[in-house]
Write a protein that binds this ligand. Sequence first.
Ligand SMILES: [Zn+2]
Length: 114
Amino acid sequence: MYTQRKVNILGTEYTITMCHDSEDPRMVDADGFCDETTHEIFAETYNGESENPNSKRNLLIQSQKVVRHEIVHAFLHESGLAENSFWAQNEELVDWIAIQGPKIWKAWKEAGAV
Ligand SMILES: [Zn+2]
């Protein structure tokens, strides 16, 4: 199923599209991607458990993580950290932020820091 929503990334509107790889050729061989040139984020849509024995089980959790990952790419790009920034292109760092972001947000909330 193809769904879209808008998100504001440092003042720039991005369109987030959730779809299957059969619905957009750019999704083939990718869980997601961020196109900073068109302000688009694509992520494979999942909403349940996989029946594929070689797949991760909770695909909603995986899909949400992919969206967070691509949003981090968009934030870095919109803040001026693009192709010439070594660390901002580091996939391990981007993924770490995507994975830890909700936990950091929860700790900040509990501490009254946000
Ligand atoms: Zn990435």
